[in-house]
Design a protein. Structure first.
Lengths: 322, 322
């Protein structure tokens, strides 16, 4: 893939325009305690306050709104049992586009219900017998609808990049930015936005140790994957970076680091008790990195993308019991 | 008590000046879902993001900072097992004033530890054998320190009023303001601030049904009390309004209403799942009123003071299980 940084950043700026009055310009929060523990000024970009409770709305809305009227008439399809499913569903409702979400039969009932509540049609499949790709392929052929995947899509990536762009404007400069990494859509978009605006700000992706495929891919230059990693950070259970996000991460990201399950849980607890924010485990990865004993070597103004706040009751109860 | 509204409001303005750069100018949050359910534009003044996690810091800091140098040298004393204890402790640390907090022996260990962590001396007493007033009286005589009670004190009330004042400025006008009511310090201060700025904005205090002493006092004109009400909203377990807050509530507040325990729990859940805010049960009283079936008759711009976010793990686990 040939990379044109200036062109990619232009797409983020255009996404920003499309999202005005649609996406929430989420608040940037600070915490004296966190500053002290992290030995720097920390700025939390709170995408848990985004519509549908996660940054995913930015990319989904940007991608669907770029379709032609004719494509919109034929509808949009995606596969996801997470925040992207709800983001596509809400986008469809706002733009009057029919949406279909392919979700495994064993996905939590709460995810299915939430996606349907936004007006999407949910198609279940048996993950032991079929792959989501084959189910989706059949549906695409039958309906002529357009696939908007969760991360491996330039318009999705451009939308996700608008969160970091807002943070840069509000903080007037950062020395480092910590970004959770699953499939790499948020990380790619954030890194493009940062590198177009700063020659000094380092962009660091954070993964769970148990789902360290992107870290290994980044270090070796070869695409690694992890299947169904048993991490509590469900937003990062994607098998690997994509054909688009992998080269973007290699080109724009400065470093990757991993955190343990215990560190993720401590970060969710810290955000709950000390900052009064409800953050899902994947959303707490950046704070987990700042709080751990072997802190990354960061100084000055450190931005952290809090990617989402969709945590179910049983998971939060377990975390508060730890 | 003679009431001089203009003078009382001046004290709030002065408190505002004292708190600049010290208290957090807490954010005002909105929620599309809440607007829809409440049938109005709702503005949440998030004092859960205040220092020590509750509005109490405003009043404590204002009161202690008004003491003379000589009084400061002799220290400050209070009785509280709640947010006021931590607010006094942090204030003492910031102003270099020794603080002593009288707390029953059976207060949760977490409250004692948090108060001591801010540098206060905690004096326990056996609530079956002694009253906190008698323990405090002995200490005051012995040390010459100054008592700063949790709500029945004009400087405390003036400090608490600064939250509503910030909300009024940020929202450019409200049609109603919902305020949790325990001892009435926050409610009095809020009402004074509103009435000095608006001839149309209604101020409504909200109490748990199980701790409805202020509502009954308001309706009858006679001071009622409730001892150790078993409400989950621990910040409202105060026995009654005080000699200062009762007349202020009567003079400035337009109405009082009560919510059930179930409604309080639903409000904490709603704030957790839908707005991603960690709010303690007392802090959710205003939202509980907006969400209940028998909604108060409110229209237009409705402000709600979210008074605090200090909820312990076991309580939140119980609420998320409901």
């Amino acid at each position: 893939m040939e990379i044109h940084p200036e062109n990619l950043f232009q797409q983020i700026l255009q996404a920003k325009q499309r999202l005005v009055g649609i996406a929430n310009p989420t608040p940037v929060m600070t915490s004296r305690t966190l500053n002290r523990l992290a030995a720097g000024e920390v700025f939390l970009k709170c995408e848990n306050f985004q519509r549908v409770g996660a940054f995913k709305f930015r990319g989904a809305y940007n991608a669907v709104s770029r379709l032609s009227d004719e494509e919109k008439t034929r509808g949009v399809l995606t596969f996801s049992s997470g925040n992207h499913a709800q983001a596509i569903a809400l986008t469809g409702k706002l733009l009057g586009v029919e949406t279909t979400v392919v979700m495994p039969d064993d996905a939590p009932e709460i995810k299915r219900t939430a996606t349907e509540a936004y007006g999407a049609r949910v198609i279940g499949y048996d993950p032991r017998k079929e792959s989501r790709e084959s189910v989706a392929a059949t549906l695409l052929t039958d309906t002529g609808s357009t696939l908007i995947p969760p991360y491996n899509h330039l318009d999705v990536i451009a939308g996700q990049g608008t969160a970091a762009l807002e943070l840069l404007v509000e903080t007037r400069g950062l020395d480092a930015l910590l970004v959770p990494c699953g499939g790499g859509g948020l990380l790619s978009g954030s890194a493009i936005a940062v590198k177009a605006n700063s020659s000094t700000c380092r962009v660091i992706g954070v993964e769970p140790e148990l789902a360290d495929d992107a870290t290994r891919s980044f270090r070796t230059g070869k695409l690694h994957s992890v299947h169904n990693p048993p991490t509590i950070a469900d937003g990062t259970r994607t098998p690997s970076l994509g054909s688009i996000t992998f080269p973007l991460v290699q080109h724009f990201v400065d470093d990757m680091l991993t955190v343990s399950e215990e560190e993720i849980i401590e970060a969710v607890q810290f955000l709950f008790y000390r900052t009064k924010l409800v953050v899902e485990p994947s959303g707490a990865l950046g704070v987990a990195a700042l709080l751990r004993k072997a802190k990354p070597d960061l100084q000055g103004n450190v931005g952290v993308i809090i990617s989402g706040g969709n945590i179910d009751g049983p998971t939060m109860r377990k975390i508060l019991k730890s």
